[in-house]
Design a protein around this ligand. Structure first.
Ligand code: AMP
Length: 293
């Protein structure tokens, strides 16, 4: 595996495979790899001739007072893990490479998708997704991948990136892969490193709460506010006061009152200790309406 730091090195390393028409896969990450990241790399390895992983803790998607400075980092370990997955190129630009003096441009997907859930001003705010879409657009332009891989764990991010890709005609196929979880259900996240043993146990309630919503839906509940309530109840039992629990269309994040056979995203953000954790489940029950014979 080659580690490249500059865009020039990246371009050089990709010139030949591109000329030869090789299929290039990109896995964008902020590092501190866990099985969630590795699952994306593994899938890219299966699908593509050349696998590029970018590792960049993108400052523009962190708000003031968020954990940019303390975000966990271990590049040596990340490089070892990526190499074990058969990654060809680990691209680790620094902030000066990505945002040189005078950088003045942003890519922004409209408010309907970026001003809700994580992008709600009461939560991370729309500048979060402006940071995400701007950096992902830059990664797409620098790597020019055929396919890019993202995790469902960040469901809203995936919807926003799919929309940006479509709207701006990026010639990239977007693959969104399932959330990888610990045995007790906790979604893997680099931020889980902030949890002490007690908080780690408490954090498991987040996925338990989402399973409660799933269970209620499978038992025939169709009101999304009841699903949200089932999630909140389970969180409260564990002493977690969520930042939000919301049910929205998994396709366009519009509010949905009743399950109607379209996929519904139930999303949670909650602080446990100093970790701000997000998780979600997509509920897509079959329509229960029966047509008369
Ligand atoms: P991050 O380094 O946290 O920005 O994540 C990089 C990519 O890994 C994103 O596309 C995430 O959605 C994905 N990812 C993070 N955690 C998980 C997980 N537990 N399961 C699957 N994908 C994940």
């Amino acid at each position: 595996m080659k580690i490249v730091r500059s865009k020039a090195e990246l371009r050089d390393a990709l010139a030949e495979p591109r000329r030869e028409g090789k299929r290039i896969g990109l896995v964008p990450t902020m590092g501190y790899f866990h099985e969630g990241h590795l699952s994306l790399m593994r899938r890219a390895r299966e699908d593509c001739d050349v696998v590029v992983v970018s590792l960049f803790v993108n400052p523009t998607q962190f708000g003031p007072g968020e954990d940019l400075d303390s975000y966990p980092r271990d590049e040596d370990r990340d490089a070892e893990l990526a190499a074990l997955e058969g990654v060809d190129l680990l691209w680790t630009p620094d902030a000066e490479q990505m945002y040189p003096e005078g950088f003045a441009t942003a890519v922004e997907v409209a408010n309907d998708l970026t001003g809700v859930l994580e992008g709600d001003p009461a939560h991370r705010g729309p500048s979060h997704f402006r940071g995400v879409t701007t950096v992902v657009a830059k990664l797409f332009n620098s790597v020019q991948p055929d396919v890019a891989y993202f995790g469902r764990k960040d469901a809203q991010q995936a919807v926003v990136i799919e929309r940006m890709t479509r709207d701006l005609d990026f010639p990239v196929q977007i693959e969104v892969l399932p959330t990888v979880r610990e045995e007790d259900g906790l979604a893997l996240s680099s931020r889980n490193a902030y949890l002490d043993a007690e908080q780690r146990e408490q954090a498991a309630a987040i996925s338990r709460a989402l399973r409660a919503a799933e269970r209620a839906a499978s038992e025939g509940e169709t009101s999304t506010s009841a699903l949200v309530q089932a999630t909140r109840d389970e969180l409260r039992n564990a002493g977690i006061e969520p930042e939000y629990v919301e049910a929205r269309s998994a396709e366009d994040l519009s509010p949905i009152a009743e399950l109607n056979g379209r996929p519904v995203l139930v999303a949670v953000a909650a602080r446990v200790g100093r970790a701000r954790l997000i998780d979600n489940v997509v509920i897509a029950p079959p329509t229960t309406k029966k047509t008369e014979a």
